[in-house]
Design a protein around this ligand. Structure first.
Ligand code: ADP
Ligand code: MG
Length: 417
């Protein structure tokens, strides 16, 4: 059947009665019918197997937990259930749609934007190509896309298989890792240098002070006073550096967060009043507590307040808002300002040591990197939300001390006893 040999039909007759032509013709017809019948059965079997194969493949695509599409001429011919979950369209509505409709943007490999330390100009480093896909609700995600062509056995292309993976989180984690590795490396370097410089600086300052006790000419006095002032300023920078480089030592004790915030605010109340900054305080009434080094946590809040003051210089509306909030085993300390805010380029780099947009003498670029290190040492995080000309909100998030307010009182009572 169909040019294939399916087998042999053997019919025997007694030697003395040879086949006549009619008999031969009948047998030939019979063999043709038999082969057709066999062929039909075999065809059915092949089709059944093909269907089973198809079913297996379809099931496999169904269970894959990331989107897989089969396209013909950019039209979606097949979409697995994971595509519906990821993109928010029912499979039925994905079919027949142009795949390009799901693509928000494709940015080819491009230079990285950021500020150089000197002139705030944009420097160039390469970023890999980035595909962004759009969901039904308008949100976007970074997609890793793999495309393979479908070809017939003769090699003619008739479609493509596109498989997509949401790598938004991968990107964020890699960025986070890159950042913390950099911080550790810089921390070690800085600690070494700072220690080396600290000793001579202390001597310079001490001897300048001694000199000032001697009778000096007016001009000499002025020079020595300058030496003293400048070496003290350098000492302060070194102290910041050492604070930044300090390894995460064990948290020290329970901290009443509301009290700490109020105390820190009092430290700045004079400056805040002079700069005519309105202050709003919104403490959580549950009196949240954290475990840690109160002085270092205070340093963070102080840095955030100082930055807020700087950011609101020359702004018509100047409101500083501090709030504390206990939520889900975490304590959030928020510092918001109505200052000039910052661009995305600044936001990307502001936790880097020595990154500053302020003139020399005003900013060291260490405040936020020190704060970031302190947050990490306390198993916490420091994050920012900001928009240009509207203001910024920094959030210090720390693990709550269980039993918050109660345990603080117990601790105090314990101390008293
Ligand atoms: P410094 O204050 O010495 O410049 P920081 O590490 O404290 O260093 O801050 C780094 C940079 O981040 C600042 O120079 C500024 O550009 C930006 N920045 C920090 N806080 C704010 C804020 N509240 N509003 C706007 N920009 C800010
Ligand atoms: Mg600062």
């Amino acid at each position: 059947a169909r040019d294939r040999s399916l087998g042999a039909l053997i019919i025997s007759a007694p030697l003395n009665t040879p086949w006549n032509t009619t008999a031969r013709a009948t047998i030939e017809h019979l063999s043709i019918s038999v082969s057709l019948a066999i062929d039909a059965v075999l065809l059915d079997e092949e089709e059944r197997q093909a269907r089973a194969r198809e079913h297996t493949l379809a099931t496999a695509l169904t269970t894959i937990d990331h989107p897989v599409f089969i396209l013909g001429e950019d039209l979606i011919r097949y979409a697995n259930p994971a595509s519906a979950r990821e993109y928010g369209w029912p499979v039925g509505e994905l079919l027949g749609r142009h795949f390009a409709d799901l693509v928000a943007s494709v940015t080819p490999s491009r230079p990285r934007l950021g500020l150089t330390e000197h002139d705030n100009e944009l420097d160039e480093q390469s970023l890999p190509a980035e595909h962004r896909h759009r969901r039904r609700d308008g949100t976007e995600f970074v997609a890793a896309v793999t495309v393979s062509e479908l070809r017939t056995e003769a090699g003619v292309a008739y479609g493509t298989v596109v498989s997509v993976r949401d790598v938004t989180m991968d990107r964020a984690v890699a960025e986070q890792l890159r950042h913390s590795e950099k911080m550790v490396a810089i921390g070690e370097l800085v600690a070494g240098v700072a220690h080396e410089i600290n000793n001579p600086l202390t001597s310079i300052s001490a001897f300048a002070e001694l000199l000032l006790e001697d009778p000096l000419g007016a001009e000499q006095r002025e020079s020595v006073e300058l030496i003293k002032r400048e070496s003290d300023r350098a000492t302060q920078v070194i102290r910041d550096l050492l604070l930044f480089a300090r390894k995460s030592d064990a948290p020290v004790g329970p901290i009443d967060v509301n009290a700490l915030v109020e105390q820190t605010l009092r430290l700045r109340s004079y400056v805040l009043r002079n700069s005519e900054i309105e202050v709003a305080l919104d403490p959580d009434s549950s009196r949240p507590a954290v475990q840690g080094d109160a002085q270092r946590i205070q340093q963070v809040v102080l840095n955030l307040i100082t930055n807020a003051e700087h950011a609101m210089e020359g702004c018509a509306r100047r409101v500083l808002t501090l709030s504390t909030q206990q939520h889900d085993g975490r304590v959030l300390i928020r510092v918001s300002d109505t200052g000039r805010g910052m661009s995305a380029a600044v936001q990307r780099r502001l936790f880097e040591p020595f990154f500053t947009t302020k003139p020399p003498g005003v900013g060291t670029g260490l405040g936020l990197s020190v704060s970031y290190g302190i947050a990490q040492a306390h198993n916490g995080t420091l994050s920012v939300d900001s928009s240009v000309d509207e203001g910024s909100t920094f959030v210090l998030e720390l693990p709550a001390l269980s039993g918050a307010a109660g345990s603080l009182d117990e601790h105090r009572n314990g101390d008293d006893a």
